[in-house]
Design a protein around this ligand. Structure first.
Ligand code: COA
Length: 386
């Protein structure tokens, strides 16, 4: 007999609150986003990734001394163990997916951290800094090795994002690329209990260590319905090819019931504020942009207009953080294969902050499912089965 009664099923956990948190507020109706009470618009304008990391982990903006301290801690933790570098190199040579390399390598970091099993809050804060720092080094190294290069020893004198660019390209970034990437790291750093943060928290709620939890987050982020959408959106722009083809492409995709990547959101029923920031950035880049970036921009703006006219107000489907990301990354010289890994490296700050907060009042996640299959079936020996 199936389960008795009709329990309400919250498909995709829609509308279910899992905990209280003071880390992030997503106002889906007004299209607003706050990290620890500060609007993303202000943070994107004035902050740095180091400051955001401090804000997310400690719950307040740092003083000058605190900022200098966390900047140093992040810089000191950057270098990767030679065996970690070797692990990346082996996977790159096997042409593994960069998100798989990042997941495997982040998981492997636990073996080199003497505090992996220490579940005290202080140890978890220290491990969080190491994870946030090293994930950027891993992503840069994946990119460097994919381009045929070798590990670039991090430069401790550089800021977090500048060092990422330096390790990726083996040269210092120009100011424009650095500004773009600083913004991208900030807007991707946190987004409340979305799928990957929830995945992180589910793993950590068993009191598995923080490396296990973050590894779960990376696994969840990979899919095209989540972090992988930035790459999928740019691939769509490549498939459209020319701005004049946009309408035909979008109309035919929608008629075929295909989702347009980079649009729609479970919580935002208004314009995603992060997409607004990235779009504005993209527009300001235009005067000096390459022909490729200008073409992507024209396609993106045409697709945005079509989708917003068709599905914006009427269906609450607006561009999300992933839609304009590809053209902006392209302007900073970032290869497509690194889009989602960079998202993960930035989000590591949010994942760690949530995990450490949740552990203060931990309860294992254990939802229910309504069983609809048979029970008490007769066990038939294999020889008698037809
Ligand atoms: N393009 C076209 N239609 C879309 C759409 C999109 N990007 N996103 C949602 N819809 C439509 C669905 O087809 C569905 O229509 P229906 O009710 O007629 O069947 C309706 O909107 C609800 O979609 P659903 O997938 O159930 O919403 P969700 O809340 O479960 O999913 C997303 C949210 C983000 C997974 C979804 O919007 C999506 O797949 N977007 C594309 C991937 C993406 O950009 N992800 C990054 C998110 S930051």
């Amino acid at each position: 007999m199936a389960d008795v009664g009709s329990p309400e099923i919250h498909s995709g956990l829609e509308g279910v609150y899992i905990t209280e948190s003071s880390i992030c507020k997503v106002d889906g109706q007004l299209g607003r986003l706050y990290y620890r009470g500060y609007s993303i618009d202000l943070l994107a304008k004035y902050s740095s990734y180091e400051e955001i990391t401090y804000l997310l982990l400690y719950g307040k903006l740092p003083t000058g001394t605190e900022l200098a301290e966390i900047t140093k801690q992040l810089a000191d933790a950057r270098d990767l163990h030679p065996q970690i570098v070797e692990l990346i190199s082996t996977q790159v040579s096997q042409k593994a997916d960069p998100m798989d390399i990042l997941r495997t390598t982040t998981s492997a970091l636990s073996a080199y951290d003497p505090e992996t099993a220490d579940m005290s809050k202080e140890a978890n804060m220290r491990k969080a800094i190491r994870i946030i720092s090293k994930m950027s080094s891993i992503v840069a190294t994946i990119g460097r090795m994919n381009a045929g290069g070798t590990y670039v020893i991090p430069d401790k004198t550089l800021g977090h994002v500048a060092n990422f660019m330096y390790m990726l390209n083996d040269k210092l970034p120009d100011q424009r690329s650095l500004d773009i990437m600083r913004d991208m790291f900030i807007v991707h750093a946190e987004h409340s209990s979305n799928a990957s943060t929830f995945g992180t928290m589910v793993a950590g709620s068993t009191l598995a260590d923080i490396y296990s939890a973050v590894t779960a987050g990376i696994a969840v982020l990979k899919g095209p319905l989540h972090g992988g959408a930035d790459e999928a959106a740019l691939k769509m722009m490549d498939a459209i090819g020319n701005p004049e083809n946009t309408e035909k492409y979008i109309e035919s995709a929608l008629a075929g019931k295909q989702k347009i990547m980079g649009f729609g959101h479970r919580v935002y029923k208004a314009y995603d504020p992060r997409a607004k920031i990235i779009k504005e950035y993209l527009i300001t880049l235009q005067p000096d942009a390459t022909e490729q970036v200008r073409n992507y921009t024209a396609i993106a703006l045409a697709a945005e207009k079509l989708m917003v006219d068709k599905l914006g107000q009427s269906h609450g489907i607006w561009p999300n953080v992933d839609f304009f990301a590809g053209p902006v990354y392209t302007a900073a010289g970032i290869p497509v294969l690194l889009f989602t890994p960079i998202f993960a490296a930035s989000r590591s700050a949010g994942w760690c902050a949530h995990m450490i907060e949740y552990w203060q009042n931990n309860r294992i996640f254990r939802p229910l499912e309504k069983y609809i299959g048979p029970i008490d079936l007769e066990y038939i020996p294999i020889e008698q089965r037809k």
